[in-house]
Ligand binder design. Structure first.
Ligand code: SAM
Length: 275
């Protein structure tokens, strides 16, 4: 559909380059544009806005996802300059701000997988919760309590709104601040399951994850791993986990979550810890 929309503006080769770098979130379209096509960015934006019926705004992603808050700069190409929108996933509604708080539609399969693993009655620490995507999906699916921590005040505020929007007051608790500090003050040995979705810095926060997790609890340890062969990425991340952990651990499984570069993968290792 997109390719067709851009038919009059770009060659077939040019639109192929663009399509892999395109996200639609609610009524917002975000495109990453290769340098070779930057001179055409306005016309690309206007064409997409005109041809994609539900689009309200088209933004150009002007930076990578960066910094402690894992956010990106967006430049408006066409339509309304408003980075907030509503997004729906597996029956949950989310208010997201695609510029000022981390959000990725590309993690939906992983969110569903975690939701399916959770058992009724669990207490969960979501150490890097963003706007509460994993927390809210978990609490919608199962009877659990989720501590949903994020250091970005915009993300925590949106998480509070999302708790109300999904009628989960008291089941998901949004806490703003540094996860290590909050765990130390409030959440030692509290969780049956701990999520560590800040893959670039997992090693730095592993001790806090172990601290918040009960004896026999589960940690979902996300990391970024180089692997020459894709089939080896899971095993390599298990080996890496064993190099950095300080507790006895049983590996329950590992997998690639998504590719993040050439021979570079975001992986998750699910571990049961004893302490
Ligand atoms: C990759 S995002 C994950 C967000 C969320 N889990 C999701 O899937 O939408 C990482 C999040 O960690 C937060 N963060 C970074 N450092 C943190 C810290 N020290 N304590 C708490 N949150 C932190 C960022 O603000 C960001 O929202």
């Amino acid at each position: 559909m997109l390719k067709k929309a851009l038919e009059s503006t770009l060659t077939s080769k040019e639109s192929d380059e663009l399509i892999s770098a395109f996200d639609q979130i609610g009524n917002i379209i975000i495109v990453r544009i290769p340098n070779s096509l930057l001179s055409k960015k306005k016309i690309i934006g206007e064409t997409l806005l005109n041809k994609v019926k539900i689009a309200r705004s088209v933004f150009y992603q002007a930076s990578d996802v960066e910094g402690d808050f894992r956010i990106r700069n967006l430049e408006i190409l066409a339509g309304e300059d408003n980075t907030e929108t509503e997004y729906k996933e597996f029956g949950c509604k989310f208010l997201v701000d695609v510029e000022n708080a981390f959000f990725s539609p590309r993690l939906s399969t992983e969110r569903e997988r975690i939701g399916n693993l959770i058992q009724n009655g669990e207490i969960i620490t979501n150490m890097f919760a963003g706007v509460g995507m994993f927390s809210i999906m978990a609490a919608k699916k199962k009877k659990c309590t989720v501590y949903s921590i994020d250091i970005n005040p915009v993300a925590s505020k949106l998480c509070e709104k999302n708790i109300k929007l999904n009628k989960l007051a008291g089941k998901v608790i949004s806490i703003n601040g540094d996860t290590s500090k909050i765990i130390k003050e409030l959440l030692i040995n509290k969780s049956d399951r701990t999520l560590m979705l800040l893959p670039e810095r997992s090693d730095e926060f592993l001790e806090s994850a172990i601290n918040t997790t009960k004896n026999g609890g589960i940690i979902h340890y996300y990391s970024h791993i180089h692997a020459d062969k894709k089939s080896e990425a899971g095993k390599l991340s298990e080996e890496h986990y064993f190099q950095v952990t300080s507790v006895e651990s049983e590996i329950l499984g590992s997998k690639i979550v998504r590719a993040v570069g050439p021979r570079y993968y975001q992986t998750v290792v699910d571990v049961k810890i004893s302490k």
